[in-house]
Design a binder for this molecule. Structure first.
Ligand code: SF4
Length: 381
């Protein structure tokens, strides 16, 4: 057993669990069922709990989702976290029923003139305090406040994320709310290592929730996550983790099993160097899906994209496959080729440029056409 000296993070209570330096690292996951499908969501929560989930997150985008949370609460004692997007006002409807609220600073800058982000944070903090909830400040590479991004060179995606997180920590501190943790997620494990290492040096007191976002299909998704977690956790950074995998709903428990296996390997000293893993040069990133998915064919599409693109394994190309219109458009911007799924059509992008919408049964040949062109262009560049 390896002795790891943890970063001196403070204790933060999330329902029946505590995170921070003095407590074991907890493992989380997120439901991918429609939140309003109460039976399916409760069944998935139970499945995740059976696998050992300490906290389960649920996306809430509407008043109907919020109403479903009250009923879900009646049917489970699991520690529940709520994922808020732009509709942050739903916080007061869900907070009485859950243990944690997660907000993304990048989503609070919209309509800034009508209501500054600090007022929105103050509102969320007040709701959390009134309802015995913790908060997670969840910074994501694909949705950083544009003002922060513009301050730094285009090839520096790390500094804007850190500045955003630190600014929100300071805001909550000034409001007297300290029951919070922070996450800084990217789909590139090397960036996850860098951003969390830098943040941990700047705010060693703040518990960190670690994750590689859109890690994709197993086994690659587990490998990418392992690369980041091994480097961070073995250096004492990280208090709670989530492995994000693109898997069908009946296999969601694999996220918990993978997280627990990675932690156990780190405890036993079974840590390898980043270069040992031999990730393919072609990088397929795909989101783990959540209640925002509007067409269940999404997971199958991600699997088909992986299968179809195998012939390009040696090319340094990134293909992103995202499940919804909420985060899909932004989170595909950095990929060479991006797909994001609507109810009936899949949107195809090359970099930030849209190439149109295609029915689910037409998207693969169209994507292959673009991939072939990209490979040919790179060969002559
Ligand atoms: Fe959920 Fe959309 Fe993010 Fe996928 S991209 S995890 S569907 S919010």
């Amino acid at each position: 057993m390896v002795q790891i000296e943890r970063n001196p993070t403070r204790s933060v209570q999330i329902g029946t669990v505590l995170i921070g330096a003095e407590h074991p690292i907890t493992v989380q996951s997120m439901t991918a069922t429609q939140t309003q499908d109460i039976d399916a969501t409760v069944a998935q929560i139970l499945d995740l709990e059976r696998a050992g989930a300490d906290v389960v997150r649920i996306a809430v985008d509407s008043s109907k989702d919020a109403a479903a949370i009250a009923e879900i609460r009646r049917q489970t004692k699991a520690n529940l976290a709520i994922d808020l997007q732009e509709n942050y006002r739903l916080a007061e409807k869900v907070a009485p029923h859950v243990e944690k609220l997660r907000y993304n600073p990048g989503h609070l800058y919209h309509h800034e003139r009508e209501k500054p982000w600090r007022e929105k944070v103050a509102y969320i903090a007040q709701v959390a305090a009134d309802n015995d909830c913790a908060i997670r400040i969840g910074v994501n590479c694909g949705s950083v406040d544009p003002d922060k991004r513009d301050k730094y060179p285009a090839d520096d995606s790390i500094s804007p994320m850190i500045e955003s997180a630190v600014e929100h920590c300071q805001a909550l501190d000034e409001m007297g709310f300290t029951r919070y943790c922070v996450s800084l997620k990217d789909s590139d494990p090397r960036k996850v290592i860098e951003v969390n290492t830098r943040f941990a040096a700047e705010r060693p007191d703040v518990p960190l929730h670690l994750g590689v976002t859109e890690a994709g299909l197993p086994p690659d998704g587990v490998i990418k996550t392992r690369i980041a977690f091994e480097q961070l956790v073995s250096r004492g950074i990280g208090d709670t983790i989530r492995v994000s995998l693109t898997v069908p709903n009946d296999r969601k428990h694999e996220e918990i099993e993978a997280g627990r296996a990675i932690l156990e390997d780190i405890r036993q000293g079974r840590v390898r160097s980043v270069v040992d893993y031999g990730l393919q040069t072609l990088n397929i990133i795909s989101c783990p899906s959540c209640s925002r998915v509007e067409n269940e064919a999404f997971v199958e599409l991600a699997q088909d994209v992986k299968e179809m693109s195998k012939y390009a394994a040696e090319h340094a190309i990134t293909i992103a496959v995202m499940g919804c219109r909420v985060n899909g458009p932004g989170e595909t911007d950095d990929a060479d080729l991006g797909l994001w799924c609507g109810p009936n059509y899949v949107n195809l992008k090359r970099g930030e440029a849209s190439l149109g919408q295609y029915p689910y049964d037409e998207i693969l040949p169209r994507l292959k056409q673009e991939l072939d062109q990209l490979i040919a262009q790179k060969a002559t560049a």
